[in-house]
Design a protein around this ligand. Structure first.
Ligand code: AMP
Length: 492
């Protein structure tokens, strides 16, 4: 199939050709006709599949003939969980619409609101927004939805993960009932299906890969290594194997900063991108990485969400993620749109539980390669594939979730409460600002709850609000990073 078979107009075909796309990706083949027909769509598509063009191209086609957006109005609203993804989607919309008289704008938190308000005065045909800033703009009458025709929820799974459910519900109430709804998510977890029921209407379901399947063209392997040797091993891999552009994931912001300094000591240009950095610093770091001025970008999961770096060759998991699904998101950064890529995980003995979870989720064992000279002192136990499907939890029949000033949902708050209880009871680990910010203020373990003294290889698993299976005592990377993401608490 070619793009011209998809009934797209000449200005769109010209923009596509300019991008060098030869044929539609599988998600585009399925989604474009459905969106063009005006159907609601639910698409299970990871980042890297070409999903953005999958919804943007037919939306643009459908907008061509309609009336332009009036002052402070928009015709299409695209909601994204993070600023980086918003900026990325906006860049794609601008690229694909360059030969059309269709306007677009992007709004997100962490930057001044006034220029955004001025920008919206004339109205924009397509608005890309993060939920918190959109609500702020609406409360200041800078945006209205009378003319809204299409709603897109991009990376809906991550929106739930980040506690945006109350904001999404608030936004839904502001939109006209008659509209087209497109919901894109990496997985169709039970919580996503529950959300979808309240948003999409008789949707066409499209799916390009089984949920949580990792990109086929990505060579994945793991390097068993002692924790303290990880940065040396990474530096050696980069030097010896001549890796030009490397995206490295760490679990924490401090870990990202520390690693950046250590790489620089090994004469490797590196920069960090995470929620403690200003938007300007994050944008600059990304631009430097894309232009090749910086060889290594060290990122936390949430900051990396939405990064679109064309054909990124190497992804490194410096730490394994706490939530196995994040592994899939991480390696989705390489092998994008069919290109080949390599994803290596540096795994120490402490990370056995996370490794077991990941291998269970992706349905295979990761091949191992020990770097000569860096044989681990602490043996990483050989794993065996747990072939049971990842445990899924039915979404609770919750009472109407209450919202909080900081944008968290009761759902996420209760998740935190569970975590807090577990944490407090288990090990008296220091409590964090995130936990202390819990709406209920109940952070202590249940009276009489016994601490568990040892971590077993098969810890009790719980599912987060997204249906992801996780070990019970730790926060998700999204939660860790987004806790201090913006001056407005958890809003972006
Ligand atoms: P996305 O999944 O939307 O983040 O897109 C991933 C990458 O694939 C982006 O760099 C797009 O520019 C690229 N892309 C989108 N559609 C195609 C296509 N049909 N052929 C080749 N690359 C594409």
């Amino acid at each position: 199939m070619s793009f011209s078979d998809l009934q797209l107009s000449a200005p769109l075909l010209k923009a596509i050709k300019q991008q060098g796309y030869e044929q539609p990706s599988p998600i585009q083949e399925q989604a474009i006709p459905a969106v063009l027909r005006g159907d609601d769509v639910m698409a299970a598509a990871q980042t890297g599949t070409g999903k953005t063009a999958g919804f943007t191209l037919p939306i643009l086609e459908n907008l061509i003939d309609g009336p332009k957006a009036k002052g402070n109005q928009t015709r299409v609203l695209i909601l994204t969980p993070t600023r980086e993804l918003a900026a990325q989607v906006a860049a794609n919309v601008a690229t694909y619409s360059q030969y059309l008289p269709i306007s677009s704008a992007v709004v997100f938190g962490g930057v001044k609101i006034n220029p955004q308000m001025i920008n919206l005065k004339k109205g924009v045909d397509i608005l890309i927004a993060t939920p918190g800033r959109l609500l702020d703009l609406h409360s200041q009458n800078a945006i209205r939805f009378k003319q809204l025709e299409v709603l897109v929820l991009d990376e809906a799974d991550r929106m739930l993960d980040m506690g945006f459910l109350p904001d999404i519900r608030r936004i839904m109430k502001l939109l006209p009932k008659q509209r087209q709804n497109l919901l894109f998510s990496a997985t169709f977890s039970p919580s996503i299906r529950a959300l979808a029921k309240t948003i999409v209407n008789k949707p066409v379901e499209v799916s390009v890969a089984p949920a949580n399947a990792t990109a086929a063209k990505v060579k994945q392997w793991l390097c068993p290594v002692d924790k303290k040797a990880k940065s040396k091993v990474l530096a050696k891999l980069i030097h010896d194997r001549d890796w030009g552009q490397v995206l490295v994931f760490t679990r924490t912001k401090h870990g990202a900063n520390r690693l950046t300094r250590e790489l620089e000591r090994h004469h490797i240009m590196a920069t960090a991108i995470h929620g403690n950095k200003s938007q300007a610093a994050r944008t600059r770091a990304l631009a430097e990485f894309k232009q090749g001025e910086v060889q290594v970008l060290v990122a936390t999961d949430i900051a990396a969400r939405g990064l679109d770096i064309h054909q990124l060759p190497h992804v490194v998991n410096f730490d394994l993620p706490n939530v196995a699904a994040d592994y899939v998101h991480r390696i989705g950064r390489t092998g994008r749109a069919g290109a080949e890529g390599e994803a290596v995980s540096l795994v120490c003995a402490d990370e056995l539980d996370e490794l077991i979870d990941i291998e269970r989720l992706i349905g295979r064992l990761l091949p191992r390669e020990i770097l000569p000279g860096f044989e681990p002192q602490q043996h990483l136990v050989e794993t065996q594939l747990d072939s049971r499907p990842p445990r899924k939890k039915k979404p609770k029949k919750s009472s109407k979730p209450r919202s909080h000033k900081d944008g968290r949902s009761d759902q996420s708050a209760s998740g935190n409460r569970r975590t807090a209880q577990h944490t407090a009871a288990n090990s008296k680990k220091k409590s964090t600002g995130f936990l202390e910010g819990n709406s209920q203020g109940k952070l202590n373990g249940k009276p009489g709850e016994k601490p568990k003294s040892k971590r077993s290889c098969r810890p009790k698993k719980t599912a987060d609000v997204n249906g992801n299976v996780k070990s019970s005592s730790r926060r998700t990377s999204a939660q860790q990073d987004s806790a201090s993401q913006s001056p407005w608490g958890r809003r972006t």
